[in-house]
Design a protein. Structure first.
Length: 145
């Protein structure tokens, strides 16, 4: 998550760690294999940094659900869910999150996938089971008159 956020925000990862207040390396779950034992990062730690840097962050879920009572869920069946997601991804930066094999993973997006593990590829070749696109929009400040 942190590496993807640093790419999207165009800052050095060490500067992002400083803004967040930790580097994600603390062992939280010693019985898990790497990297699952580490603290890591939540998008909720990235959002305030992004806002401070002049971005709004909007989550777009691939399969949104609704609930009438907090217990019973139903999936909102949008026609062409992949096209719906891509519509919100065109021409903007963001982070895609989901599952890759056993672990949660995040990749940066700017018309291509920028995977922190060192790969760049197209959306149609992604192995990530995407659950959310976190759209980062630069906020245009009103000019002082």
């Amino acid at each position: 998550m942190a590496a993807s956020a640093a790419m999207v925000l165009d800052i050095k990862i060490k500067d992002l760690f400083k803004k967040i207040g930790h580097d994600g390396s603390e062992i939280m779950f010693p019985d898990l294999p790497e990297p699952g034992r580490r603290r890591g990062f939540s998008i909720q730690e990235i959002i305030p940094v992004a806002i401070d840097m002049g971005y709004s962050v909007t989550p777009i879920e691939t399969r949104p659900c609704s609930t009438p009572d907090g217990v019973n869920d139903f999936e909102i069946n949008f026609p062409n869910p992949e096209g719906r997601l891509y519509r919100y991804m065109c021409g903007v930066k963001g982070i895609l999150t989901g599952r890759m094999l056993r672990w949660r993973h995040a990749v940066a997006w700017e018309d291509l996938i920028y995977d922190p593990i060192g790969r760049i590829y197209n959306l149609d070749t992604i192995a990530l089971q995407i659950d959310t696109f976190w759209r980062f929009d630069k906020i245009i400040s009103a000019q002082k008159e």
